[in-house]
Design a protein around this ligand. Structure first.
Ligand SMILES: [Zn+2]
Length: 437
């Protein structure tokens, strides 16, 4: 039994530097393996009619919190001067989501299972999840991902300082955090496990140094939040004197040559901080940014008082950081990476907007690069395990004659993003040879 798809093909070019576009192609899958992927003119199998479908790599969601329920209102984190405690969205979501998951693995399984299924229906094939501060919740994520067929990178969330009274039992000791992370890396390897520093205000320097060392030892990705909101920066400098979050990460050896680091949000880094990171990139550290536009908007993370601070997309690109996307549920409201791309594009002035082709790179190629996954192994080419989605482009029905408007890559990319934001337009998804949707 073979599956045959016809449509535009968007895949990685042979150098792995960008995307390649075929305006009318065919992909044939047999037993989970791509038997043919190329131009319709070179195809001599069973006839298949033209369509408004696009065949491309599944999207990649590189920032999500497995056990944070969506739908909680409020600002991220605020210090209540009267109560003398931290309040806001984060403390609430920790109690209702992560704490519940940590108490009961079955609860954890249900939470993550339905979450990953929803991502899959939206065409997301690879997801990076922050679990919580328990080995069992990490294992629940791995087991449910295996059942559903999506690829995950997941980590034990280290946090050993600062906000214990609101974390309600989520805080651990440094020893627990380091031993649990090493246990998971030893057992499952860096292809499945990443190292997670919740955010620098919740992790002590000795623990962070230990985590950075583990990431280097096992070749694992180091993930943290950085400069998400102005309040976070202020609380950070209260804890660490006048140090910036970037300085703390630098001093704790997070950005070493050969290290692979993922930074979520990264809105409020200033030029000087970016320059320091640039030096580390030049020295051989791979730095990726997890743009989470939906979450940033919901939490009001762009605002510095009454001043709107735009996500510094161009500045990150200029210093050589890899731009990737994340839903950041539950702060985010969306389950769909195409929707995040539309949101990101909307937030930039007309002359600085990323092109639609570039947006597709953030959501596919850059995600694999960031994870250190060989692009050749996951590309839509003959002999590979099938890994792609089939998306019906927006604006096709009754407007264009089928197949006639498929010539221009930028237009196809725009219509793919617009079509893909609706789960009903995700017609199929394969990940590592398995048909997931
Ligand atoms: Zn987050």
């Amino acid at each position: 039994m073979k599956d045959i798809f016809r449509g535009c093909i968007i895949r990685f070019d042979s150098n792995g530097t960008g995307l390649e576009f075929l305006s009318d192609g065919v992909v044939v899958v047999g037993d989970g393996i791509v038997e043919f992927a190329g131009d319709v003119a070179e195809y001599d199998g069973q006839e298949v009619s033209k369509s408004q479908n696009v065949i491309l790599s599944p999207t990649i969601n590189l920032h999500d919190h497995a056990f944070q329920p969506p739908g909680i209102p409020g600002e991220l984190i605020v210090f209540d001067e009267e109560k003398k405690e931290l309040v806001g969205w984060l403390p609430t979501t920790l109690k209702e989501g992560e704490y519940a998951a940590k108490q009961d693995k079955e609860v954890a399984r249900r939470m993550i299972g339905s979450r990953l299924e929803t991502f899959a229906k939206n065409g997301i094939g690879t997801i990076l999840e922050y679990a919580t501060s328990s080995v069992e919740t990490v294992e629940a994520v791995l087991e449910e991902a295996e059942k559903i067929g999506v690829r995950v990178r997941v980590g034990y969330v280290a946090m050993d300082q600062g906000i214990d009274d609101i974390q309600k039992g989520l805080q651990t000791t440094s020893v627990e955090a380091l031993e649990s992370t090493e246990y998971l890396l030893e057992k499952y390897g860096p292809e499945k496990i990443c190292v997670i520093d919740r955010f620098p205000i919740a992790v002590t320097s000795p623990t962070r140094k230990g985590l950075a060392e583990l990431a280097r030892k096992y070749g694992a990705l180091y993930e943290t939040h950085m400069d998400e909101s102005i309040n976070e920066k202020k609380i950070h400098s209260d804890i660490y004197g006048t140090k910036s979050i970037v300085t703390t990460l630098l001093e704790d050896s997070v950005f070493e040559p050969g290290s692979r680091v993922g930074l979520a949000h990264a809105i409020h880094a200033n030029a000087d901080e970016m320059k320091q990171i640039q030096e580390k990139i030049r020295a051989g550290c791979t730095v990726s940014i997890r743009a989470c536009p939906n979450s940033n908007a919901h939490l009001g993370s762009h605002w510095d008082g009454d001043k709107y601070v735009r996500f510094p997309l161009q500045a990150w690109l200029e210093i050589g950081a890899i731009i990737t996307m994340g839903t950041d549920q539950g702060a985010g409201r969306g389950w769909n990476i195409f929707d995040e791309l539309l949101d990101e594009r909307r937030r930039h002035p007309v002359d600085k907007k990323p092109s639609n082709v570039e947006l597709l790179e953030y959501a596919t190629l850059n995600g694999f690069k960031s994870l250190g996954i060989d692009l050749h192994a996951v590309n839509i080419v003959e002999g590979n395990k099938a890994e792609f989605i089939v998306v019906e482009m927006a604006g096709a029905e009754g407007f264009y004659e089928v197949g006639t408007c498929n010539k221009d890559f930028e237009i196809v990319a725009a219509r793919t993003i617009e079509g893909g934001q609706l789960p009903e337009n995700i017609k199929a998804m394969y990940v590592r040879g398995k048909k997931v949707v």
